[in-house]
Design a protein. Structure first.
Length: 341
């Protein structure tokens, strides 16, 4: 009996991880949001499963450790070790950062991931962020976003003038040139601002997230396509010292989970949009619009002006822009040969 008990105790001891480590991961997105946050919230358990429980990332919702606008600096200094993030939020520190998340009339999922994994995007972003002591792995990718929620129909560029709008990233620069007062704010503040009339319109995300947030309660006109964000890159980030301190196996586990996550979120994002879109139309009186050719051409021409200004103003932005444009020029040949229009 004693020998059996000792054997069982030894077996249980061997089953436990030799060294279990939990690392807190501050997210800029709530874990409740489909894909945008949920794919980050699931990351820790999947890494833990692969590492036999020896490494786990504890997902922290926005503000639990630091505020969203403090994540970059906190990660850089080592105040936090890991984050769930989109590079575009660091635009105020790194001028080219938005090009590594989404940009107007930019690549779709296929083209963006091809550039990131095989066209030098991964190496370029980690080179640019290295001076800030930050390492990144692409870990999720999003379906195209809606272009925006408006309280009134928009039939011409003149209808945009004077509008106050919540919009993220480089699309905001386009809207500003068209006479829109563009603002950046989190989802909760956005919906309050729409209700109070502080803003007239808002760009948020794709239909599954917009439905989850209840955007249909605050505006009734939803516009497509999302010319400003045809897809969006979400990254897992670590303080470089913390990343380098991980074992080769743990770094490989993170990279494999993230690569699998990109495939999973690509598929899921394409599959979950129609049902919430139909509910918003049929149950909540939302009118779905597609921008006219005139409006899309206006957005495109204005984006060309924005790019010309930004590449003239900042050498780093120009370097990244030229890099991705060179890749896109080559890819266009394959796209034309390989795919049906």
């Amino acid at each position: 009996m004693k020998r059996t008990l000792m054997a069982a105790t030894a077996a249980a001891t061997l089953a436990l991880p030799a060294f279990a480590r939990d690392i807190e991961m501050q997210s800029i997105y709530p874990g409740s949001l489909p894909l945008l946050g949920s794919s980050g919230a699931e990351l820790g358990g999947r890494v833990s499963a692969i590492t036999g429980g020896e490494l786990n990332f504890v997902f922290r919702n926005p503000g639990e450790i630091v505020a969203g606008n403090e994540i970059w600096d906190a990660l850089s200094t080592g105040a936090i070790e890991a984050a769930w993030y989109s590079p575009g939020f660091a635009e105020g520190v790194v001028p080219s950062a938005s090009l590594f998340t989404a940009f107007p009339f930019g690549p779709d999922v296929r083209e963006y991931t091809a550039w990131w994994y095989n066209g030098g995007g991964y190496e370029l972003w980690n080179e640019i962020s290295a001076p800030y002591n930050i390492h990144s792995e692409l870990c999720s990718i999003l379906a195209p976003e809606a272009s925006g929620w408006f309280k009134e129909p928009i039939n011409s560029p003149e209808d945009l003038k004077g509008k106050k709008m919540r919009i993220f990233g480089l699309g905001a620069a386009v809207m500003e040139k068209l006479g829109v007062a563009a603002q950046s704010m989190p989802p909760a503040d956005t919906m309050s601002a729409l209700n109070l009339g502080t803003i007239d319109a808002a760009e948020m995300s794709f239909p599954a997230i917009d439905y989850a947030l209840g955007m249909y309660e605050h505006a009734k006109h939803l516009y497509f396509p999302g010319w400003h964000q045809q897809t969006s890159l979400i990254v897992f980030m670590m303080n470089t010292d913390s990343w380098n301190a991980l074992s080769d196996r743990d770094r490989a586990a993170i990279q494999e989970v993230c690569a699998a996550n990109v495939a999973r979120t690509t598929a899921q994002g394409e599959a979950i949009e129609l049902e919430p879109l139909a509910k918003m139309q049929n149950d909540h009186g939302v009118t779905v619009h597609r921008w006219s050719d005139e409006m899309l051409q206006t957005f495109s021409d204005t984006w060309d002006e924005v790019v010309a200004e930004k590449t003239a103003e900042n050498a780093e932005f120009k370097r990244v822009w030229d890099h991705i444009q060179a890749f896109r020029a080559d890819y266009a040949q394959w796209k034309e040969l390989g795919y049906v229009d």
